[in-house]
Design a protein around this ligand. Structure first.
Ligand SMILES: Nc1ncnc2c1ncn2[C@@H]1O[C@H](COP(=O)(O)OP(=O)(O)OP(=O)(O)O)[C@@H](O)[C@H]1O
Length: 271
């Protein structure tokens, strides 16, 4: 029950974007992909979604090469939501969610009862029922993200890949989306999310993969992967660590660890 990358390398426009990537992802787990800007996170997610072909190495789903599967077969098994993944014209939320059923439909076939049920489940799960008739341009950031997540969930795929699902959301909605992704993983889906928020990644993910300069430099449980040394080297920050009232350990990026210091008026000066 795994999605595997073996010795993956990706070169785009003559530049190596990813190299030496070996990763075994498991269903039923919530994996976070973190790393600084430009580290290669989105590209790695695109490789997992078969939108970018590795220049070297291969990706397998339950032992079967992703590249050997038809596009529809892949789309039924791997649902993906990328940034800018809107629909581009004023469809209603219900129509957007229904797009998630496309990989399951035969040419010219109508919407089946199973399709209806899957759309209803996805809309209930993301709490977008009351938005069913609203069009995409009228939605707030969180409503839009929940509608797009509903579309991805409506696929009812074994894998759910999401790129920066919480970046544009306020704290309450960030917590909602992270809880939703974790719940999806608990139902047996393999969830992989690109995240910038290390505190939320550490809190919600079972596992965190850290990319830096196109390499996977750490991979494991959040506390194991996000060490002080790694945070300093890869992100250039120090972190505060502690235990919340409910006993959960937390990691909070706190200050720059490099050569820059923040002055009391917020200006950044070399130290
Ligand atoms: N199609 C492409 N052609 C050339 N270079 C690309 C292409 N796609 C991505 N890159 C480059 O690959 C590098 C990694 O990009 P990617 O978007 O995967 O990083 P990221 O870790 O997701 O970054 P961010 O956190 O800023 O979104 C960047 O330097 C980017 O400019």
């Amino acid at each position: 029950m795994s999605l595997d990358l073996n010795d993956v390398r990706v070169t785009l426009d003559g530049r190596t974007i990813l190299t030496d990537i070996d990763l075994v992802l498991e269903r039923g787990r919530f994996a976070g992909l973190v790393g600084p800007n430009g580290a290669g996170k989105t590209t790695l997610l695109r490789v997992l979604a078969a939108l970018v072909a590795p220049t070297q190495g291969h990706v397998t789903l339950e032992g079967q090469a992703l590249s050997g599967m038809t596009r529809d077969a892949r789309a039924r098994r791997i649902a993906a939501l990328f940034q800018g993944g809107g629909v581009g014209w004023p469809m209603t939320v219900r129509e957007i969610v229904a797009l998630g059923r496309l990989p399951h439909r035969r040419a010219f076939a109508g919407f089946s009862e199973a399709d209806e049920a899957a759309v209803a489940r996805a809309m209930a799960r993301t709490d977008v029922g009351h938005l069913a008739g609203r069009t995409e341009p009228t939605l707030s950031s969180d409503e839009r993200m929940r509608a797009l997540l509903a579309r991805a969930l409506a696929v009812e795929a074994e894998w759910l890949l999401v790129d920066e699902p919480i970046t544009a959301l306020d704290p309450a909605h960030q917590l909602d989306v992270m809880a939703l992704l974790r719940a999806a993983s608990r139902d047996g889906t393999g969830v992989v999310a690109v995240l910038h928020d290390l505190a939320l990644a550490a809190r919600f993910c079972d596992r965190v993969g850290v990319l830096s300069g196109g390499r996977l430099v750490a991979d494991g449980r959040p506390e194991e992967a996000l060490t002080d040394a790694l945070l300093a080297q890869v992100f250039g920050v120090t972190a505060e660590r502690g235990e919340a009232a409910d006993g959960t350990r937390y990691i909070l990026p706190w200050a720059r660890s490099g050569s820059n210091e923040e002055t009391s008026d917020g200006a950044i000066t070399p130290s």
